[in-house]
Unconditional design. Structure first.
Length: 485
């Protein structure tokens, strides 16, 4: 960053809706905060919405050799308190909007100040690392430990894989506490001197489970690259199709990961100018493991591994090894080496990875049929009326699906009868064997799903809550092949 600032000090490096910083201004702001953090505790929480301040705080903490613990704004108060205690956060860097919540979580606080030191170079201190907490399937997430080596390797390998360039503009629409986003929006652009624009309002909405407004954001900022989760890609495709418009011609590479992407959605995206490239990753592997390359995309796969990573399959399970594997979970023994992902998949002769689902999401029906829940869900999610879904049926004679309508699907589901809902499911699952086609559907509004804990605030189904939700809400509209219940 220092070399690039000397070469072109006035080029804009990072922006949000409130401010832009040139390379020189960004570096001076990082130096200023890093100097202030020299005497700060070793473990620092970062509790702020997406913003230029968030980026400066992360880079400054890295320069000062601190261990950074991002506190997602979309986590609950209980989760914030748990993270502060579990990670031993003594100081939290906050903004005015998060000050009260950080204090309530039990951390001492310091406002992120954008003090610039133009005349003083701050030398890096060794020891930077991050502890990443993901929402997971419980309210007590585990902390994943990464040091600067893993983060740096991941960012460098990713820039090589996607062909990142100095003239790129990256549009950030995912919350920065996600390791994937901090690497893609901050570390990777910094390595090549690209520009990042943070759409903070959209990222906050995404953190709350909303998925609209992407077409307007991409049209306004006209980026070259971005990263999305499948739910956002589907929403963007729906917006463009409804408006009969195409994506900006400026786009050259859009990565999508964090879950299975229905083939129909990916192909629809390509047809309207979204250059989608599917990828795969886990927090335990410092985010990205594999991604399809520009000009060499293979539909139905998540591409070859990043440079330096080895991926193979043992008894159907994907195993990853290489320099980005985590140091271990916080509070547990340090462990490096091959990571058993618990994901089912395969690797073809050319090294392209395919992911079929989770080993612990394999459903065995009462008739002894093995069905991957994600396989069925991916087929269903190809329909724009379905926003989220979860399939259950272990030990049962047939599968049941929980359907959460998308914004486009709310009106349709509110008037549909049993025959129409079941026919929708059949059409989505055409080509699948009969035992893999759900025979019962339960339709739940997104608001109810969020309130009941069935869906996390960042838009993921909590599988452990599926059966409990059905028992707790007897009024859930239920449709079956026989008759409405």
């Amino acid at each position: 960053m220092r070399r690039r600032a000397v070469a072109n000090p006035d080029k804009v490096a990072i922006s949000d809706a409130r401010r832009s910083l040139t390379r020189n201004e960004l570096l001076a702001s990082i130096y200023g905060l890093a100097k202030d953090l020299e005497a700060a505790p070793r473990v620092i929480g970062l509790f702020a919405p997406n913003s230029v301040e968030w980026a400066v705080a992360l880079f400054a903490s890295a320069l000062a050799g601190k261990i950074v613990v991002p506190l997602p704004t979309f986590f609950s108060d209980e989760q914030h308190s748990h993270i502060v205690r579990d990670a031993g956060v003594e100081l939290a860097l906050v903004t005015a909007s998060t000050r009260a919540k950080a204090t309530g979580a039990g951390a001492c606080i310091r406002l992120i100040e954008m003090t610039r030191r133009q005349d003083e170079i701050v030398s890096p201190v060794e020891g930077f690392g991050q502890i990443i907490y993901t929402s997971g399937s419980t309210g007590r997430p585990k902390g994943v430990r990464h040091e600067s080596g893993q983060i740096g390797w991941s960012a460098a390998a990713l820039t090589e894989a996607i062909g990142a360039r100095e003239d790129d503009t990256y549009l950030s629409v995912l919350p920065l506490p996600l390791l994937l986003e901090s690497i893609c929006a901050l570390f990777a652009p910094a390595l090549v001197g690209a520009r990042t624009f943070l759409d903070c309002d959209l990222a906050e909405a995404v953190g709350r489970g909303a998925a609209s407004g992407l077409s307007a954001s991409f049209e306004k900022h006209r980026p070259t690259t971005s990263v999305l989760v499948p739910q956002l890609l589907k929403a963007w495709v729906g917006e463009l199709e409804a408006a009969r418009r195409r994506a900006p011609a400026s786009l050259r590479f859009v990565a999508v990961g964090g879950g299975p992407t229905p083939s129909a959605v990916a192909e629809a995206a390509w047809s309207i100018g979204i250059p989608v490239h599917e990828g795969y990753g886990l927090s335990e592997c410092c985010s990205v493991v594999s991604v399809n390359r520009a000009g060499a995309r293979r539909p139905g796969t998540v591409g070859p591994p990043l440079k330096g990573l080895l991926v193979h399959v043992e008894k159907g399970e994907i195993i990853v090894d290489g320099p980005t594997i985590m140091d271990g979970y916080l509070g547990r023994a340090r462990s490096r080496g091959p990571w058993r992902t618990r994901d089912l998949g395969g690797v073809d002769a050319d090294g392209y990875v395919s992911v079929y689902g989770r080993t612990d999401n394999l459903i065995v029906t009462a008739f002894g049929r093995n069905v991957s829940a994600e396989w069925v869900e991916t087929m269903l999610l190809a329909d724009p009326r379905i926003g989220l879904c979860g399939v259950v049926g272990h030990g049962e004679p047939h599968l049941t699906v929980f359907l959460i309508p998308s914004q486009r699907g709310v009106a349709w589901f509110s008037s549909a009868d049993a025959a129409q809902v079941i026919e929708l499911i059949r059409q989505c699952c055409r080509g699948a064997p009969d035992y893999a086609v759900p025979k019962v559907a339960k339709v739940i509004p997104l608001e109810t799903a969020l309130a009941s804990g069935l869906v996390t605030s960042n838009g993921r189904i909590v599988r452990s809550r599926l059966a409990k939700t059905a028992a707790e809400f007897s009024s859930i509209p239920t449709f079956s092949e026989r008759e409405p219940q």
